[in-house]
Design a protein around this ligand. Structure first.
Ligand SMILES: [Zn+2]
Ligand SMILES: [Zn+2]
Length: 347
């Protein structure tokens, strides 16, 4: 077994704390990766608190992982020691079902999430808030050494979660795209939307984010509580990418779509949202969802980011400050993603 050091929640009622544990030895198809950086995703907090469902404890969260390969199994061909790599939200799948064959491995019924899940060997899997990880080759992504690696980590979840729907709906030149919520996901949606050639508007409930949005290069900023500003954008957007994970009025946003416009949800509020069918029927509008992205598209996204110099805006933290980071994240007080510097685990 491989010795690991991480931060784990022992139950949904306890805070994360230092924990030493073991990972499986690498098989011929696995790689051992020393973790350099791990992004702090809102799902990490939801998972350790059992907000969505009863979790697998002890739980080491973290699925925005960038690291350096230290060992590879005898069948591994794509990677060698010292390569810089990424691991996102999944570490295994059957690779044979309809979802896997159509490059949607994230929806494989036998898929294994990076943490809060049981692996094919019937042992729990542990995530990226730790010094190392063992992952099957197919689920490891190549990362360009050209980019600042701490700022690459959030691409593995926040990046692909926003890149995927924008690519799948072919958002680009000539489209008006609105992004709801300017957080970890939202700021990546803005960067990709601009890079794909769309005219990007940020829709916000408060004026306070106007300067931040402008600094990211958005073309337009609209405060949705201001009737005057709202009037100007009624019926105007081709696409709305909705990253909000709190309760919100989806009918209001549907009214801002033009005919045949599409509202895409990537945020996951804990409560159901109510949709008036009239909001969809009048104007042939569509309400869609999108969850993470498959392996091929995640690699495509990382390559696109390397070519176009796109990374996440991050605040690097010491792992012992994770509780403070969670408190600030809950308040939306982060620009725009916390990333753990894993070297600090040995301090
Ligand atoms: Zn995530
Ligand atoms: Zn499958």
């Amino acid at each position: 077994m491989i010795q690991s050091k991480g931060y784990a929640a022992q139950s949904a009622d306890t805070n994360l704390a230092a924990w030493e544990f073991q990972r499986r030895d690498i098989t011929e198809n696995d790689m051992l990766i020393d973790i350099l950086f791990c992004g702090v995703c809102h799902s990490d907090l939801h998972s350790i608190k059992n907000d969505w469902f009863a979790g697998v404890f002890p739980m080491v969260p973290g699925h925005e992982i960038v690291g350096r390969v230290t060992a590879v199994g005898s069948n591994v061909t794509k990677f060698k020691a010292d390569d810089i790599v990424g691991v996102g939200v999944m570490v295994d799948a059957c690779l044979e079902c309809e979802n896997c064959r159509s490059h949607h491995e994230q929806f494989c019924p036998e898929g294994v999430q990076t943490y809060n899940n049981i692996g094919k060997d019937n042992l729990p899997v542990y995530g990226g808030y730790s010094n190392n990880i063992v992952v099957r080759e197919e689920f490891v992504l190549k990362v360009s050494k050209k980019l600042p690696l701490a700022a690459v980590a959030p691409l593995l979840c926040a990046g692909i979660t926003t890149y995927s729907p924008l690519r799948n709906w072919k958002v680009g030149k000539g489209h008006k795209l609105a992004v709801v919520g300017l957080g970890g996901l939202g700021h990546m949606a803005v960067k990709f939307g601009i890079a794909f050639g769309a005219e990007v508007t940020v829709l916000s409930t408060s004026e306070s984010k106007r300067n931040d949005a402008k600094a990211l290069g958005v073309h337009n900023f609209v405060v949705t509580k201001d009737e005057e500003q709202l009037k100007d954008v009624k019926g105007s957007f081709d696409f709305i990418l909705d990253t909000v994970s709190a309760k919100h009025d989806i009918n209001l946003y549907l009214s801002l779509l033009r005919t045949s416009g599409v509202h895409i949800c990537v945020g996951i509020p804990l409560e159901s949202l109510s949709v008036a069918p009239f909001s969809l029927v009048a104007g042939n509008k569509a309400l869609a969802g999108s969850g993470a992205g498959g392996l091929a598209q995640t690699q495509e996204m990382l390559d696109f980011c390397a070519e176009n110099n796109i990374v996440s805006d991050v605040e690097l933290i010491d792992i012992k400050d994770i509780h403070h980071a969670f408190e600030r994240m809950k308040k939306g007080d982060v620009r725009y993603r916390f990333v753990i510097d894993m070297a600090t685990i040995n301090k």
